[in-house]
Ligand binder design. Structure first.
Ligand SMILES: CC(C)(COP(=O)(O)OP(=O)(O)OC[C@H]1O[C@@H](n2cnc3c(N)ncnc32)[C@H](O)[C@@H]1OP(=O)(O)O)[C@@H](O)C(=O)NCCC(=O)NCCS
Length: 248
């Protein structure tokens, strides 16, 4: 998609992008965009994630040395990197599928019940020419804190400012409902995710190495070939003027 008329957030026909409340008819599209967004995390975790975990690289090196010492088989050693990469992809896929199953059997399966009928929570979609192109939810955690969840933008419409608009919607909602902070967690290694949240005024206050993703089985092999870092972000609404307006 063209840059939504160079970020005027209008398409070639002058149609504006709107962020509006979720309606029941949006459910299949929201689920599709969420599913596709999460599945992008499979290669992200398996390949990009490797660079962020030197301890795992060390472990793979140790496995290689032990294999060589015990088998003296050079073709096996030559194949090991490819085997490791395949196993990382396989286990990342398994865990992310498990996470998706869990999400679909809870909030993403009953979006209306979880976000539209629960006081203090909400969900919005970004719509362009009657087509849903992104979504984001706010989930009630306590009287002071709401969680930004399920941020996703259809990949054909990215880098046009839709993520920022969706994030600002959550910040507006939180400010107008007297929450004092918005929090979120992510295991994404994609720079886009972290840049987006920082741009919205969030800052990272905790990083958990070896985070246990909901839906993972924690089997021995899974722990070796699936390892992620969880970033916990917060946006204090005392500075909401800056955050909500998206200015820096
Ligand atoms: C993360 C995501 C929501 C961003 O949506 P988006 O509509 O493309 O974001 P925006 O266009 O509003 O971009 C906002 C800022 O994020 C950063 N950004 C976005 N895409 C980027 C990219 N591909 N590379 C580098 N930075 C990027 C930029 O700083 C950008 O501002 P700029 O364009 O003025 O430089 C989208 O990439 C997505 O849905 N990813 C898959 C699902 C996901 O990872 N969700 C978050 C999980 S917690």
């Amino acid at each position: 998609m063209a840059d939504l008329a160079k970020k005027g957030l209008k398409d070639q026909n002058g149609q504006s992008l709107v962020v509006r409340e979720f309606q029941l008819k949006d459910k299949p599209e929201v689920q599709r965009i969420f599913y596709e967004g999460l599945m992008e995390m499979v290669p992200d975790t398996a390949f990009r994630g490797l660079r962020h975990h030197p301890e795992i690289l060390l472990l793979y090196t140790a496995i290689t040395v032990v294999c060589f010492a015990t088998t003296k088989c050079s073709w096996l050693i030559g194949l090991l990197p490819a085997i490791v990469v395949c196993l990382r992809y396989f286990y990342s896929r398994c865990v992310i599928h498990g996470y998706l199953r869990q999400a679909m059997s809870s909030d993403m399966g009953d979006i209306e019940g979880h976000y539209m009928k629960t006081p203090g929570s909400h969900i919005w979609v970004a719509e362009l020419e009657g087509k849903v192109v992104g979504a984001v939810a706010a989930f009630y955690l306590s009287d002071k804190t709401v969680e930004l969840r399920r941020m996703c933008v259809d990949r054909r419409y990215r880098r046009c400012g839709i993520g920022v608009m969706l994030g600002q919607k959550v910040l507006h909602f939180a400010a107008s409902h007297s929450y004092s902070s918005v929090v979120l967690g992510t295991t994404s290694y994609t720079p886009a995710t972290h840049k987006l949240y920082k741009r919205l005024g969030f800052h990272c206050i905790a990083v958990t190495n070896g985070y246990i993703t909901p839906g993972s089985t924690q089997s021995f092999l899974e722990q070796i070939f699936y390892r992620v870092r969880h970033h916990y972000y917060i946006c204090n609404l005392q500075h909401s003027k800056v955050n909500i307006d998206g200015q820096h």
